[in-house]
Design a protein around this ligand. Structure first.
Ligand code: KDG
Length: 318
């Protein structure tokens, strides 16, 4: 029995240590990253159990990711090594061409994770979870990844497991039309849908959070969460609930992973029975804390970190 099972690719992130075009950057920092495993890490930090289904290259980088996530307390027993394919990796270029923003360069085509097949999805494991989580990134990787997601969702639906899905459209992985065509049939199969205003514009032609959320609910979603970046997030539920929560201002070091920290905190709050207002506040705080440190997972906060931040609590430093 595990609280959350995540399915998707974990990659090596090579994060530039200096700003500017990558051709002039000489030093990079290695991190473990990937939206679904970030959510699994976030859940563990919130005090839950989490497992992760994926494929890794059977090489030093694959072993690094395996050990890293195991060290974070993720159950990696359903992760396979594939000797015939490399790890996916990506570079983060900072502050160029837009100051304060990062640009991502992926090297992930035909990665080990893109070779995930439905046979790699353990039905009993999914059925033993409270929540199954995946994202649009996995749908973009390969046909066999889509089939693996199909199987996991089918098993989840047949076993009373909640399906959590984040649209996470990455335009470097596919064109907007293709993302819309592939993803639309998945939206109504989610119990909890996370998205943002940019993705809603692509998927529905509607960037208004309340009206986009209503459309998602009409498709069959129970809880639709529309993230709005610096403006916070909006949530609506099928039973008529709705809430809007503002974002918190913090010094921004690296925004990647913030949406995943948000998802994990929101899922955790709902599992613990918190109401929509408190869940959004908690999730917005978790997303804010995540951007204050380089890397995706390093600053995903624990439940104690978020509580301290919200209470304005101080630390004894010396
Ligand atoms: O949410 C953070 C992710 O975007 C990052 O870790 C890389 O999974 C990733 C992706 O495919 O963009």
């Amino acid at each position: 029995m595990v609280d959350l099972v995540a399915l998707g690719e974990t990659m090596i992130q090579l994060n530039a240590l200096t700003s500017g075009p990558l051709r002039y950057v000489n030093y990079f920092e290695k991190h473990a990253a990937g939206t679904e495993s970030n959510v699994a890490v976030g859940m563990v930090r919130m005090g839950h159990s989490a497992g992760w289904i994926s494929k890794l290259g059977d090489d030093e980088l694959g072993r690094y990711i395996h050990g890293f996530l195991r060290g974070e307390g993720i159950d990696v027993s359903r992760v396979q090594f594939d000797g015939g394919a490399p790890m996916g990796l990506y570079f983060v270029q900072r502050d160029y061409p837009i100051p304060g923003k990062s640009v991502i360069y992926y090297y992930r085509r035909d990665s080990a994770a893109s070779r995930l097949t439905p046979e790699d999805v353990d039905e009993e494991y999914i059925a033993s979870a409270k929540v199954f989580h995946t994202t649009g990134v996995t749908l973009a990787l390969s046909e066999t990844c889509r089939k693996s997601v199909d199987k996991a969702i089918e098993v989840a639906h047949g076993s009373g497991v909640q399906v959590s899905f984040d649209t996470n459209i990455r335009l470097k992985l596919w064109a907007p039309d293709e993302a819309r065509r592939v993803m639309l049939p998945y939206l109504g199969r989610a119990d909890i849908l996370f998205t943002d205003i940019q993705d809603s514009e692509i998927l529905l032609g509607d960037a208004d959070p309340a009206s986009a959320a209503k459309k998602y609910l009409d498709m069959g979603v129970d809880t639709a969460v529309v993230k709005m970046g610096e403006r916070g997030a909006y949530v609506a539920t099928r039973d008529g609930g709705a809430s809007m929560g503002g974002a918190f201002k913090v010094p921004v070091v690296d925004v990647t992973g913030a949406g995943d920290a948000f998802d994990a905190a929101f899922l955790s709050c709902r599992m613990r029975g918190l109401d929509l207002d408190r869940s959004l506040e908690f999730a917005n705080a978790a997303g804010a804390l995540c951007v204050t440190v380089r890397g995706d997972v390093e600053a995903i906060p624990s439940v104690g970190d978020v509580k301290r931040f919200l209470d304005g609590g101080s630390h004894v430093l010396r």
